[in-house]
Design a protein. Sequence first.
Length: 82
Amino acid sequence: MKTPSAYQKRKKIKQKHVAESVGVAQSFISQIVTGRRPCPRGLALKLEKVTGIKKEIWVWGTPKQIRQSMSEYLSSGQGEHP
């Protein structure tokens, strides 16, 4: 089994903060970001408020678009836990 890198650990912590902010599990956010689950519209509205990523990306974006948008959000420092 591959050991997660420091970057992957930080990314998971930041995804967890986003998930907590909108009231879902980190694993659910991960499934949306990787394209394994669609993003419900109501959740997309909450995610847009928290991340600034347009709800249209969350609902209709490709997994690549969602991952890229989320990666930009997380690397911007906005996903830091207060």
